[in-house]
Design a protein around this ligand. Structure first.
Ligand code: DHB
Ligand code: FE
Length: 285
């Protein structure tokens, strides 16, 4: 079976990617943020997953507002970095796992999650920045990646609860996969931030820390945070945090928090990162 060993929740701020690409990670503004990413990279390196499922949102890079799917899975063998207006990031092409992705698509759809399917799509900062955070700057990414997009751009996005249930369905699919694989799942976006309007620049540290505190031991409570609460407490772009709930839903009920990093500010956001491990998974075997 595909053994899910752990999950990562992390911000995906585009300028974090730019700081990596332009060699600015040791500059005073970025240094404390990147110092906190060291142990996360070590974890990723130690775990050495075969596949990372990355739950993220496309920011109108692959899909314009002409076509909006609530949930979408990428089944291609490769995904090129998207051109988001400044040329594509100079990061490696992302290798997919078509076989596992098609298995997930079939299992999720038969499990009543009506996924859209992408045979070809570029991947934007929502996916490539978390890879840079977790893997640094290798010549090729150290694992295959299955992109799973969630619409949080155009109202109405799915609820946190729906995203959590999607995570549980992903886990059911992994548990019946025929091949032995080691898998991690990433939920990206957040934490509190608002990029526009009167409250642009909003950061709510109390909300974010409580979210991180409750995620491991009280996931049902976190899954029931409403759209209105995200909007009020975490700002309009704080809604990205529903994608962390897909990651949490895929994990065991009981998980171990093995690492956390929280830093303000990273661009307009509070940058958060958490690593949760399933229990008794023989994670490094
Ligand atoms: C920023 C954060 C995001 O999550 C995003 O998708 C775009 C920009 C920012 O803080 O600059
Ligand atoms: Fe974003």
């Amino acid at each position: 079976m595909a053994r899910l060993v752990g999950g990562v929740g992390t911000s995906h701020v585009p300028s974090i990617g730019a700081a990596v690409d332009l060699g600015k990670t040791q500059e005073p503004y970025w240094k404390p943020l990147f110092a906190g990413y060291g142990p996360a990279r070590q974890w990723m390196n130690d775990v050495a997953p075969d596949v990372a499922i990355i739950v993220y949102n496309d920011h109108a890079s692959a899909f314009s507002l002409d076509l909006i799917s609530t949930f979408l899975i990428g089944v291609a063998d490769e995904f090129q970095p998207a051109d988001e207006g400044y040329g594509p990031r100079t990061v490696p092409c992302v290798a997919g796992d078509s076989k596992l992705a098609w298995h997930l698509a079939e299992s999720l759809i038969l499990d009543e999650f009506d996924m859209a399917i992408a045979n070809k799509m570029p991947v934007d900062h929502g996916l490539t920045v978390p890879l840079s955070i977790m893997c640094g700057q290798p010549n090729i990414w150290p694992c295959k990646v299955i992109p799973l997009c969630v619409n949080v751009i155009q109202y109405p996005p799915p609820t946190g609860l729906r995203c959590y249930k999607l995570g549980k369905a992903i886990r059911r699919a992994l548990d019946i996969y025929e091949e032995d694989l080691k898998v991690v799942i990433l939920g990206t976006g957040g934490m509190s931030h608002q990029l526009q309007g009167e409250r642009a620049g909003l950061i709510n540290e109390e909300f974010d820390i409580n979210f991180l505190d409750q995620l491991s031991s009280n996931p049902d409570w976190v899954a029931n945070i409403s759209h209105e609460e995200y909007l009020m407490e975490a700002g309009s772009e704080g809604i990205e945090m529903v994608m962390w709930m897909t990651m949490r839903g895929a994990l065991d009920v009981n998980v171990k928090e093995v690492y956390r990093h929280y830093h303000v500010p990273a661009s307009n956001t509070a940058a958060g990162l958490i690593i949760l491990e399933n229990n008794d998974v023989g994670i490094r075997k």
